[in-house]
Design a binder for this molecule. Structure first.
Ligand code: SAM
Length: 316
């Protein structure tokens, strides 16, 4: 029996932002447990359709059940970096909206054996697709201290990145690190005693950084956002929920590069680079969870939703 519980975050705002035409074709790139997907389907007409992707085989099991119940819904087991191929494999054109609800689902976090969380003791894995790539415990055997410091600093915004990387690799060389509990303990002791009992556990940022690294989350996002923009029909919507500042900055910059692509120096009286905008912001300042949503679902605390739309005509 799989744990199914995942409360979709910013759900009404996300669906309102995406859905401009009930007869339209939509893509949910991060099916998870289908919370957003079901809400979108509830607002589509019989002519509308939803294609969903996920890289996690457990998400695909749930999605396959939904596909049996609803002929407007289709699921493809794929990384969202392969979005363009998935859309053409599904035979979809004229896409009205593409949604991303980034990061991990509650079932992924809450299953000890997936190794995402230091709240539960499990194998140090963290792969969203356990059938691809290598778990964190193996990747750590092959990374240099310099690279690991960079990963922890840039993906986790961890100020003690150097100390973390040194302590982790020392343990990897002596006994190996095989479980989330072992890693949590190493992170706890790697920071100065004064920094061990703050509001955030000392392992939080390092776990986030290793998860982003092992799943190539930023590489996936960079490719997928560009592909999504390319696949949208005129006036089609892009809605993205991110969960930490590094992820949100990346989304903002990727979209902004399409909203204001001109690279001419500011002092030029007119544009000579010829790069034309393909998108405009619908919601540049991120939408955040309301007080009532925060009460119901504490996981929504860090969620940020940005929305943009494809311009009616894009100069080629
Ligand atoms: C926050 S959950 C989505 C929850 C979903 N919106 C719902 O309401 O149930 C994120 C999901 O995206 C998937 N995911 C994350 N990165 C992915 C990627 N690069 N390609 C495909 N799926 C990805 C994860 O496996 C996870 O199931």
């Amino acid at each position: 029996m799989l744990p199914q519980e995942h409360i979709p975050v910013l759900a009404s705002s996300f669906i309102d932002a995406l859905l401009t035409d009930p007869d339209g074709h939509y893509v949910d790139t991060t099916f998870g447990r289908g919370g957003h997907a079901r809400m979108l389907l509830a607002r589509l007409s019989d002519k509308g359709s939803l294609l969903a992707l996920d890289r996690d085989p457990q998400a695909i099991e749930t999605a396959n059940m939904l596909a049996k119940e609803d002929s407007r819904f289709q699921i493809i087991h794929s990384d969202f970096a392969n979005l363009e191929d998935a859309i053409s494999e599904a035979g979809k054109t004229n896409i009205c909206g593409i949604g991303f609800d980034l990061g991990v689902s509650s079932p992924q976090l809450d299953q000890a054996e997936r190794g995402f969380s230091f709240q539960y003791d499990g194998p140090l894995d963290m792969r969203m697709n356990p059938d691809a790539g290598q778990p964190v415990s193996e990747r750590l055997k092959k990374v240099s201290e310099k690279d690991l410091t960079h990963i922890i600093r840039s993906f986790g915004d961890e100020r003690f990145a150097g100390r973390m990387a040194r302590a982790i690799l020392k343990a990897v060389k002596s006994t190996g690190i095989n479980t989330t509990r072992e890693l949590e303990n190493i992170c706890f002791h790697a920071v100065p005693p004064k920094a061990r009992h703050g509001s955030t556990h000392p392992a939080t940022r390092t776990f986030q950084a290793l998860r982003i690294w092992v799943n190539d989350e930023y590489g996936q996002i960079d490719t997928a956002i560009k592909a999504a923009i390319h696949c949208l029909a005129p006036l089609g919507r892009l809605a993205v929920i991110s969960f930490h500042s590094g992820e949100d900055r990346r989304i903002r910059d990727l979209i902004e590069a399409e909203v204001n692509p001109c690279t001419c120096p500011r002092e030029f009286p007119m544009c000579v680079c010829g790069k034309a905008a393909s998108m405009r912001w619908v919601q540049k300042k991120p939408i955040r969870a309301s007080e009532s949503e925060l009460e119901e679902n504490p996981r929504s605390r860090s969620a940020m939703l940005r929305v943009a739309e494809r311009l009616p005509e894009v100069a080629s």
